[in-house]
Design a protein around this ligand. Structure first.
Ligand code: ADP
Ligand code: ZN
Length: 720
């Protein structure tokens, strides 16, 4: 090749053509460095006929500077990038960037320098240095990362390096990972499990696209079961990707994996250190990496020979990315399996209605594990009608639930209280003047976090210290907490049962793998009597002596008014209920609600999953909602409110008139101010077969917006 077309990064540009210097070898998928004006940019060599033409005369072409020494992206991966960009109305470059997510990972030497405290003192201690040295006690990372951890400038740390207080450590990013072995410790499977495992193992051996819905009740041993096809892929020297929804919970999973295969898998998530990231990326691209366990971003890595994907807890909404490329990793994973021809397993006890529908229509093969492993029974579930049996004044737990908690404590069994609200109280207001604490960047209340004595925005991260007087009227001691968060429930438990050991489990308290591991170890050692947690504790955990689950407010999710509210409530409550009675002692679940007759609550109480899905299916069919119809959202935002509104109006004013395609809005988005940007949205509801993406592309493509306006498209949105 002597003339190539590149997908360009770091630029809002389309594809550009370049000349290949004599002697340089590139092919489709090659990652190269090329000049752009005075700068150097990274690009990927693409099939020119698949990209819009770029009419630059031969003589004007600039030469590529360098082809990077990494394997070219394979043809199937290139097709996946195109499919994703096309389906989610994103640019090729923004999708391709996720593949090379480690930036310059492929360039340069195979070692990187990290720094750690050497133990010696600086000649002169400054407050900044003291802060840094305190924060970096047990850390080792690059200067940039250490600076971030310690919230000081790079310069402060470079000063410490010069004085020998921080010492360099050379990290070899090509050192091999421990090898996993397919037969390290193979468990004996139940008959049901074996049957499912055999089917999946055969599919791995067949090396064909085959999508499976592994539909097994909580505690049925889905993990043990899908470990068998993982083993089959290992024997076949093919790579495996396991997508998990929550990195805080990988700890327990990693331990199980290590017990089974004799070595931990490679972990991939967005907060990896750069040395770990580069090491993992290279091992994945070279084929050395055997099994990768990761968050959704692991899906786009350039695996050399992927042979299986497992999406665990496949119903989880965290597989959907809500910024940048707004893709759903579950759905793109199925496409990846299809392009690269291998099986994919979607595992869940509460599958998304879309997945069930795919199974129903025969596109996915459904494999069922109908009972819990080892003879454990499903928990009994009852509702507590809060309108009939309200908690005492100023409390949130009804008498019946309190009694059950006390009973477990006496028996030495564990309880779990679930409330999907971090912090102490979702709203703080002044009793004197009615002032409410609101985020300056978002249309949201600030949430009180009593442990840290701070008020925080859960959308943008804005924080302030908890004041002791009202900022508006100046009155002291007038601020009251409204409504409960998990911290407040934990306080209530401590008041009712002072002798109980209570642990709060949220992304605030379990914010590192170490803390998560410590929590699991304590719960397993029965050093915790009552866990109070958010959705973080609804899945993955297996504590055999946990016999009581209390859902503090089952109505919380129903009030949001989003498209999947009922389904999400069903999934969350069923999942958290699934934590009860997983050992030999039976479990009991109480659901506090004001709507005992809502179909979702009734179905939960009756343990009748089918009834819920049937009712939900009818409702969705009526509303033309997925999987029967489609939704898409157009979100317009700007830091300037008038500008955002004007742009939304312009879009609304040019809406196409197409049969069976309903376009609603523009209206202020539910979060009408988010991270300092004012947001409007339009909603598109269409029949299944409508070419929604094409409609949106030609509609928006004809419009021009001021620089400050951002227009993003969300296909199959989860929340509007
Ligand atoms: P699920 O993911 O379906 O909720 P898990 O995979 O967590 O269920 O399994 C529940 C418990 O049963 C776990 O402690 C697991 O180790 C155990 N278990 C499942 N299958 C087996 C098996 N075949 N042999 C031994 N233990 C098993
Ligand atoms: Zn905010």
């Amino acid at each position: 090749m002597n003339r190539v077309r590149l997908i360009i990064f770091n630029a809002a540009l389309g594809p550009l053509d370049y000349k290949v210097p004599k002697g340089m070898k590139v092919e489709y998928g090659s990652v190269v460095v090329a000049p752009l004006g005075p700068r150097q940019i990274i690009g990927i060599v693409w099939e020119e006929e698949r990209l819009p033409a770029n009419p630059v005369p031969e003589a004007k072409l600039r030469p590529i500077i360098e082809a990077l020494p990494v394997p070219p992206l394979g043809r199937e991966l290139r097709r996946l990038i195109e499919w994703t960009a096309d389906y989610y109305c994103a640019s090729l470059a923004s999708v391709a960037r996720m593949v090379l997510s480690s930036g310059g990972a492929m360039r340069g030497p195979t070692t990187m320098t990290e720094y750690r405290l050497s133990g010696s003192e600086p000649e002169r201690m400054t407050p900044q240095r003291a802060v840094a040295m305190d924060a970096l006690q047990n850390e080792q990372a690059t200067i940039r990362e250490l600076a971030e951890m310690a919230s000081v400038s790079d310069a402060v740390l470079r000063g410490l390096v010069n004085q020998g207080v921080l010492e360099p450590v050379e990290v070899n990013i090509d050192r091999p990972y421990p090898k996993a072995r397919a037969d390290h410790d193979q468990p004996k499977l139940s008959d049901d499990q074996q049957q499912v495992a055999d089917r999946l193992t055969d599919a791995v051996k067949a090396r064909q696209f085959a999508p499976f819905l592994l539909d097994g009740v909580t505690g049925s041993g889905k993990t043990e079961t899908y470990f068998e096809p993982v083993a089959a892929a290992l024997r076949d020297n093919r790579q495996v990707l396991v997508l998990l929804p929550e990195i805080a919970l990988t700890e327990a999973f990693l331990r199980r994996f290590e017990n089974r295969f004799g070595a931990a898998p490679i972990v991939w998530h967005s907060s990896l250190k750069s040395t770990e990231r580069r090491r993992a990326w290279r091992a994945i691209a070279s084929g050395e990496a055997q099994v990768v366990v990761g968050a959704r971003s692991a899906l786009f890595l350039p695996y050399a020979n992927l042979g299986l994907i497992v999406v665990d807890e496949a119903h989880e909404i965290s597989f959907k990315q809500d910024e940048g490329v707004r893709y759903n990793a579950r759905d793109v994973a199925v496409m990846r399996a299809r392009f690269e021809k291998f099986p994919i397993i979607l595992a869940s006890a509460t599958p998304a209605l879309e997945s069930l529908q795919m199974a129903e229509s025969g596109i996915y093969e459904r494999l069922e594990l109908p009972s819990r492993f080892g003879g454990a029974t499903m928990p009994t579930i009852s509702t507590i009608d809060l309108t009939q049996h309200p908690p005492e004044k100023g409390r949130w737990l009804a008498p019946e639930l309190v009694e059950a908690l006390q009973d477990r404590l006496e028996k030495g069994e564990q309880s779990l209280l679930f409330l999907n609200r971090r912090g102490y109280a979702p709203l703080t207001l002044c009793r004197n003047c009615g002032y409410r604490f609101e985020c300056p960047n978002c249309s949201a209340w600030l949430v009180e976090h009593r442990f840290t004595r701070r008020l925080a925005c859960h959308h943008c991260g804005h924080e302030t210290a908890q004041p002791d007087k009202c900022p508006d009227c100046g009155e002291p001691d007038c601020l009251v907490a409204c409504g409960p968060g998990v911290e407040r429930i934990a306080d209530e438990v401590a008041e009712i049962m002072p002798e109980a050991r209570v642990a709060v489990a949220t992304s605030d308290t379990l914010n590192s793998p170490e803390k998560a591991a410590e929590f699991v170890a304590q719960a397993e050692a029965k050093a915790i009597d009552v866990i109070v947690g958010t959705q973080l504790v609804t899945k993955g955990f297996h504590f055999p002596d946990l016999t009581l689950v209390g859902v503090v407010d089952a109505d919380l999710g129903l009030e949001g008014g989003d498209l999947r509210a009922a389904e999400r409530t069903y999934q969350q409550v069923a999942q958290v209920a699934g934590r009860a009675g997983r050992g030999s002692k039976p479990g009991e679940v109480f659901i506090q609600t004001r709507h005992t007759d809502a179909p979702v609550i009734a179905a939960l109480a009756d343990g009748d999953r089918d009834a819920f899905y049937e009712a939900e299916t009818d409702a969705r069919r009526h509303a033309g909602a997925p999987p029967f119809g489609r939704w898409a959202a157009i979100i317009v935002s700007s830091e300037d409110e008038a500008e955002a509104k004007e742009a939304a109006r312009a879009i609304g004013g040019t809406r196409p008139n197409i049969q069976d395609v309903m376009i609603l809005g523009p209206a202020p988005a539910p979060l009408s101010l988010l991270r300092g940007r004012y947001r409007y949205r339009l909603l598109i509801n269409a029949r299944r077969s409508a070419q929604v993406q094409d409609i949106i592309r030609s509609w928006l493509g004809a419009l021009d917006f001021p620089r400050g306006v951002r227009v993003s498209v969300d296909i199959d949105p989860y929340s509007f």
